[in-house]
Design a protein around this ligand. Structure first.
Ligand SMILES: Cc1cc2nc3c(=O)[nH]c(=O)nc-3n(C[C@H](O)[C@H](O)[C@H](O)COP(=O)(O)OP(=O)(O)OC[C@H]3O[C@@H](n4cnc5c(N)ncnc54)[C@H](O)[C@@H]3O)c2cc1C
Ligand code: FES
Length: 265
């Protein structure tokens, strides 16, 4: 057993920076870690703070984090540049059950910043590392200027049935509009034996999107969600992330809906 202090973060060098939207940016750091899509790291800066951030993509020696500048840590991280150090500990939490998705019809519904944790999962399918029978993607953003990962969408469209939607019509937008739930309604599921559904996004979106799949009679066991919950230790010790008997940091953030249904507000 390692006697390394589990709260001690490691410095990692920033090797890439991409502005995604006005307040969201993607940092690439040099780090070698075995990561399952859906897992997160505790990201920190000394004397500023620490916050859980999902892995938005990874390779053998790099990890990407897509961060929305909303508070003390994330605003400070926004000021970093390639060559600077970021501090990380992890990966933590359950990822998506990749093996259960193999050779299944995979449906992923993601909204806003919820697209970040599913991006490594989508990439595995697109790169052929996770073979599936089909991939349906419904990706929703508030408006045109909040669309994340624009560069990836073309590659995703080639390998999936992609619906990219913004909430309301906008000048210059010729694509789909309406909430992701409206697009779920249009899906005609006749057989659930090989179907797996992933829903990730803001709490209200997850509530209504999962309800829509249940109305379509998709069994709970075939629906997976990911929670964002206030966290502190990330290690199942402090209880900050606890909902009823569930420690979201270790039992989640990815949970099967048969477990998560009672936890969604
Ligand atoms: C599993 C998991 C994965 C996540 N993945 C990501 C991710 O990939 N990318 C990402 O950007 N975020 C992610 N988050 C969310 C991120 O951890 C939080 O936004 C975190 O709080 C940011 O830390 P901060 O110090 O920058 O913000 P904080 O200073 O903690 O502020 C966060 C929010 O709280 C509000 N706030 C701050 N102080 C106060 C106060 N005194 N009173 C009232 N409101 C206040 C702020 O306005 C802001 O909206 C994830 C969270 C979880 C649990
Ligand atoms: S964050 Fe401390 S127990 Fe989950």
């Amino acid at each position: 057993m390692s006697d390394r202090n589990p709260y001690l973060p490691s410095p990692v060098k920033i090797i890439g920076l991409r502005q995604e939207t006005d307040c969201e940016f993607t940092l690439t750091v040099a780090a070698e870690r075995a990561i399952t899509p859906g897992q997160f790291f505790q990201v920190s800066l000394p004397r500023i703070g620490e916050a859980p951030i999902s892995v938005s993509n990874c390779g053998p020696d790099w990890i990407e984090f897509t961060i929305r500048a909303v508070g003390r840590l994330t605003n400070a991280v926004q000021g970093l540049r390639p060559g600077d150090n970021l501090f990380i500990r992890g990966p933590y939490g359950t990822g998506f059950p990749i093996d259960r998705f193999r050779q299944q019809r995979l449906v992923i519904v993601a909204g806003g910043s919820g697209v970040a944790p599913v991006r490594p999962l989508i990439d595995r399918v697109v790169r052929g590392e996770l073979p599936v029978k089909s991939l349906d993607l419904i990706v929703g953003f508030k408006n045109r200027s909040s669309i994340l990962f624009s560069d990836d969408l073309a590659a995703w469209k080639e390998k999936s049935r992609l619906v990219l939607t913004i909430d309301k019509p906008e000048e210059g937008w010729n694509g789909e509009t309406g909430l992701v739930t409206e697009h779920i309604k249009k899906m005609q599921f006749t057989d659930f034996d090989d179907l797996q559904v992933v829903v990730v996004g803001p709490p209200v979106m997850m509530k209504f999107a999962t309800a829509e799949f249940r109305l379509l009679k998709v069994p709970s066991e075939r629906i997976w969600v990911s929670f964002e919950r206030l966290m502190s230790c990330g290690l199942g010790k402090c209880g900050h992330c606890k909902i009823d008997y569930t420690y979201v940091c270790v039992d989640g953030p990815v949970l099967n809906y048969s477990h998560a249904a009672g936890l969604i507000d």
